[in-house]
Design a protein around this ligand. Structure first.
Ligand SMILES: Nc1nc2c([nH]c(=O)n2[C@@H]2O[C@H](COP(=O)(O)OP(=O)(O)OP(=O)(O)O)[C@@H](O)[C@H]2O)c(=O)[nH]1
Ligand SMILES: [Mg+2]
Length: 310
């Protein structure tokens, strides 16, 4: 891939390092470097002939003095700065040995994911920050018949530590009162709720999800905490990126969709779609929490499914 001036992007690897309490390590870039004085995720340029994971291990040893254990792909971002373009491959690291310190004299800090937005990062980092804040799983509530079963299911998921719940596509019968109850109960437990468009509500303190059809009809990003959409084709992806959506679902990955009469994409097609945008992507369609590791190797941020264990 080349930028508009025919230059090859610089390949960079970086790490979102999370400790057992969920804090993330950030480091300050030296003043004299590109994007100097801004905060960054530790990492650096991939050397000729080096694999990305080898580059990641080398950079984190040089910059922080730690030995990387397990790493999972989080997001890849292509960004054009004025004087160079970069391809930034970001990994999430939860296992390492040694104590992370600024080996090159750079200040480092462990911070809560929600405070990431209080620090100044390079322009390329916007989607990386969103990816670091978003969860691995989005639990989609199953369609329900009665008000009692809706409440019972929502309460079970709210009690189970899920941080994002989505009201089901096919579940159109929820009343204003039920939706309001869901939002209030979730808020009291620090759980984010995603509703389908257009919910019969006057409030805006929810995340809004658009179907691919709604996405194509939308001209301006709607008002909501975050806006996401389901995408199947490159055109839909580009539309989502142009509107500035916060994350997207791509699928169906493994199961043909009866609703939209769509063939399952399979992982290779999923991967090539993910590679076209700089937005966190959830894989959807015939998947469960067991598919997480695999989905991440193919570029997903995580999985959205009714089959996420409570
Ligand atoms: N490490 C890192 N680099 C980033 C981030 N965001 C971002 O735009 N970059 C850009 O990626 C490029 C490479 O990063 P780097 O300066 O860390 O490279 P390096 O460790 O190999 O250092 P070097 O310049 O001494 O060779 C820089 O142009 C930097 O501005 C980030 O979060 N982490
Ligand atoms: Mg570096």
């Amino acid at each position: 891939m080349e930028d508009e001036l025919g230059r090859k992007p610089i390949e960079v690897v970086a790490a979102v390092i999370r400790d057992d309490d969920g804090n993330i390590l950030i480091a300050k870039r030296p003043q004299d470097k590109h994007q100097g004085g801004k905060w960054e995720f530790p990492g650096g340029k991939v050397e000729a002939g080096e694999s990305r994971r080898a580059a990641l291990s080398r950079e984190l040893f040089e910059e922080l003095g730690i030995d990387v254990g397990h790493s999972a792909r989080l997001i890849s971002v292509y960004h054009e700065y004025e004087n160079k373009s970069i391809y930034l491959d970001v990994y999430e690291i939860t296992q390492w040995s040694g104590t992370a310190t600024g080996k090159e004299g750079q200040p480092v800090q462990w911070i809560r994911p929600a405070s990431l937005n209080d620090f100044e990062f390079p322009e390329a980092n916007k989607p990386i920050i969103e990816a670091a804040i978003l969860p691995k799983f989005i639990k989609i509530l199953k369609p329900v018949v009665t008000a009692e079963s809706f409440e019972a299911q929502a309460l079970a998921s709210l009690a189970s530590g899920q941080s994002f719940l989505m009201h089901n596509f096919e579940d159109t019968e929820l009343t204003h009162e039920q939706l309001s109850w869901l939002l209030d109960t979730a808020a009291s437990r620090n759980v984010e709720v995603i509703l389908q468009s257009p919910p019969p509500l006057v409030r805006h303190d929810f995340n809004l999800h658009l179907s691919a059809d709604e996405l194509l009809k939308t001209q301006v990003k709607p008002q909501a905490k975050r806006v996401s959409a389901t995408c199947y084709s490159p055109g839909e992806l580009f539309k989502a990126q142009r509107l500035g959506l916060d994350f997207i679902f791509i699928g169906p990955v493994l199961m043909n969709s009866v609703v939209n009469v769509q063939q399952a994409l399979g992982w290779p097609s999923f991967q090539s779609l993910v590679g076209r945008v700089n937005i966190p992507v959830y894989a959807i369609g015939g998947l469960s929490d067991k598919d997480l590791e695999l989905s991440r190797e193919y570029g997903a941020q995580g999985i959205a499914s009714t089959s996420i264990a409570d």
